[in-house]
Design a protein around this ligand. Structure first.
Ligand SMILES: [Zn+2]
Length: 413
């Protein structure tokens, strides 16, 4: 397979997480009789453009046709989108009537924030169920996978966009080049593209290997994204970090030469360089740390099991599928995963086949394993009483930690 960004053949695999099912294709009880499909989950480094990517592409219709991740479920995300909107509207001087297009708009949670500012909002999302949810709440959403053809249709019907956004989806994109071409067309007349993506630098720094799953085809740095954008006459003019999803970068992109390049761009490039994002050795070391973490996590879970303690996963996020399947954590060690998302309750995490149950209807275990470690600060206060009664939270990332009533205070400070 050639590099998705620069088409080079010089890809080197540095982390093999084995064959894994598509983590968001949760199993229904009737699916348990047959084996779910497994696909390779291997991560590679491109020696030419330094982009990091997985080697195998699960067809997007399999992954996103019916999508279970709903943005509006967590308060943290709703607040995040509200803040992003206010910041962008002010910074870019957006006015009532301007068109904003959100790619991978999910249930319309982000676009809904623009209503207060009088902007025209259009969502594009390939998941039929989510597009229907968004349309039902009055956010116009096209149930299509964004590409250059969709961009042309938008321009024909609504004109060019002042702002195009993509939050947590840019790494999903299979038709990377067609998507980027479409974005370039949409913002050609003074528009800006805002991409929020998990930071590869952060993944490396904090051993977030579970950000790797089949939906995330590419893992970006400013350096590798610039390579991509340059092919379509675009350039990054501003960078920043956001606390969402364990550390995301927000990049503002515009047609080349249309805006002054801010110092933040060079600063982030320098930080990436200092972390070694451009060197294969960094990734080989990352893989060593992943397997060290496996040893620690498995030893801990076996100790709990040997002591007869129950452990439930807290949440069943997509990355939890990678975490559990990579380390082969089965129901003997983690009996179930508790959730509040109704679309997930009653189903099973594929591969390890851990049942997903209602958090409210399930007695609390001796310990929770926090798979959605990026929401630690939202979840802990909610479970304060449980922890004060002696309950525990096992937090595996960025490093294995057990939160108890004795050290609770330092995690919510
Ligand atoms: Zn490349």
């Amino acid at each position: 397979m050639p590099c998705r960004v620069c088409h080079s053949q010089k890809l080197e695999q540095f982390l093999d997480l084995g064959a894994q099912p598509h983590c968001d294709s949760l199993l229904r009880p009737e699916d348990l009789a047959r084996r779910e499909p497994f696909y390779p989950l291997q991560v590679c480094f491109c020696h030419d453009c330094t982009a990091v990517q997985i080697s195998y592409t699960v067809p997007k219709e399999t992954m996103f046709g019916e999508y279970l991740y709903v943005s509006g479920t967590t308060q943290t995300l709703r607040t995040h989108f509200k803040n992003s909107t206010d910041r962008l509207v002010q910074r870019l001087g957006l006015k009532a009537g301007d068109l904003v297009v959100d790619i991978g708009s999910n249930d319309g949670t982000w676009l809904a924030c623009y209503e207060a500012h009088g902007l025209r909002a259009l969502g594009v999302d390939g998941a039929q169920n989510l597009a229907a949810m968004a349309n039902a709440r009055g956010i116009e959403t096209w149930a299509r996978f964004f590409d250059a053809g969709v961009a042309r249709d938008i321009i024909a019907q609504k004109g060019r966009a002042k702002l195009v956004t993509a939050a947590g989806v840019f790494f999903h994109l299979e038709e990377l080049h067609s998507v980027t071409e479409g974005i370039a067309e949409l913002i050609r007349e003074g528009g800006v593209f805002c991409v929020q993506a998990i930071s590869l630098a952060g993944m490396l720094q904090y051993t977030q290997f579970d950000q790797v799953y089949h939906e995330h085809l590419t893992y970006w740095t400013v350096h590798s994204l610039d390579r991509l954008f340059a092919q379509y006459g675009l350039e990054i003019f501003s960078t920043g970090m956001l606390p969402i999803h364990g550390g995301s970068m927000e990049l503002l992109v515009a047609p080349r030469g249309s805006r002054p390049i801010e110092a933040s761009v060079e600063k982030m490039r320098r930080e990436e360089k200092e972390l070694g994002c451009d060197r294969i050795e960094t990734y080989r070391n990352f893989a060593v740390r992943v397997w060290q973490l496996e040893k620690e996590v498995m030893a801990l879970l076996r100790r709990y099991a040997a002591a007869g303690k129950t452990v439930h996963a807290f949440g069943a996020p997509a990355k939890g599928g990678t975490f559990l399947n990579s380390f082969h954590i089965t129901p003997e060690l983690v009996q179930c995963a508790v959730e509040v998302n109704q679309l997930k309750i009653g189903k099973y995490i594929p591969g390890v086949r851990i049942p997903i149950v209602s958090e409210a209807a399930t007695p609390e275990p001796d310990a929770y394993l926090l798979l959605a470690w990026n929401f630690l600060r939202e979840f802990l206060p909610r479970k304060r009483d449980y922890i004060m009664r002696g309950g525990e939270f096992i937090v595996p990332i960025p490093k294995l930690t057990v939160v108890t009533k004795d050290n609770y205070a330092q995690f919510v400070a």
